[in-house]
Design a protein around this ligand. Sequence first.
Ligand code: CP3
Length: 358
Amino acid sequence: MNSPKTGTVDPRLADSAFLKAARGETPQHTPVWFMRQAGRALPEYLKVREGVPMLESCMNPELITEITLQPVRRYGVDAAIFYSDIVLPLKAIGVDVDIKPGVGPVVDRPVRTLADVEAIEDLTPEHVPFITEAVRNLVGELGGTPLIGFAGAPFTVSSYLVEGGPSKEYAKTKALMFGAPDVWEALMTKVAGISAAFLEVQVAAGASAVQLFDSWAGAVNPTDYRTYVRPYSTSVLERAGALRQGDRAVPRIHFGVNSALLLDQMGAAGADVVGVDWRTPLDWAIDRIGPDRGVQGNLDPTLVFAPTEVMTARAAEVIEAGRRAKGHIFNLGHGVIPSTDPDQLKRLTEFVQSYPSA
Ligand code: CP3
């Protein structure tokens, strides 16, 4: 059994196609996992979540373990992603945040002033003992399948704190960014520290890779990204860059949506692998990201609703395009859509894993 307490890593992880691709080594096949692979597309998820509010489920080690394992069992994907949410650390330090079904994260008292920022605590491992317990359980259960830990990037998490909920325009967030740079800096620094600490807890308990989700970073242009967003994501990725599992560095994946014009900077912020959303042609993305980093992505998540042979033909194009990258991890170009047929994702997984290597 894996015992991360003593720093022993399951020897089978050395053969992981996902970890090899993430490190730019040659995997036996193109590895595949799906963003939001745990969740509403799975009837077994809906069953165990019955009557349990989302964030409550994220604080229960048994439920976290079960829900994280469900897609691994069903699809046989090459990596598990820890079941939690980007706003869970905020909840754990006492921020008044909830996840409303069909809406997303909602914050009762939005953050707008320096005093609001200063009232937010820093995250320590003592705030999230259930995360440590769940990750330890999971790495024991997963054996040779790596566990990806994750956190929300400062911009995306801050957008929920400032807006008070999901947003289309990010007007309040950007008004703070442009109009109150001192508050912005304090907020982004605070959230960066929380996100980095959340990743550290997951890796200390046994996660072998991390993904930083900056889903909404595409709301800013490349110049503003450089000034107002990137320094804080860099600080999270730098802290994550010091993390080890056994004697190996923990690969860092950095993902955003509508991020075509940011891909070079998202790599340079300190990622080993850059996640590419489905709007961006993968070969074009590889040119922007350059030869020093791998890529992850990027099948349009709606292609699973097409006939299987149409889906697999497009998946083959993604795999072929990915060959030019330093490493390629197959994924959808954003999360699994809840109405997705799990059987179709299973067929997609098998297709990618059995696709001949170059
Ligand atoms: O399987 C996995 O990917 C692991 C678990 C995971 C969840 N959220 C579970 C979840 C991960 C990695 C996240 C990250 C997350 N959360 C992001 C970044 C990824 C992305 O999709 O861009 C963001 C922006 C959030 C914030 C958030 N939480 C949103 C927008 C929503 C969906 C709201 C809705 O109902 O459509 C959530 C809720 C959420 N997080 C669900 C799950 C499984 C659905 C909860 C439910 O069952 O009702």
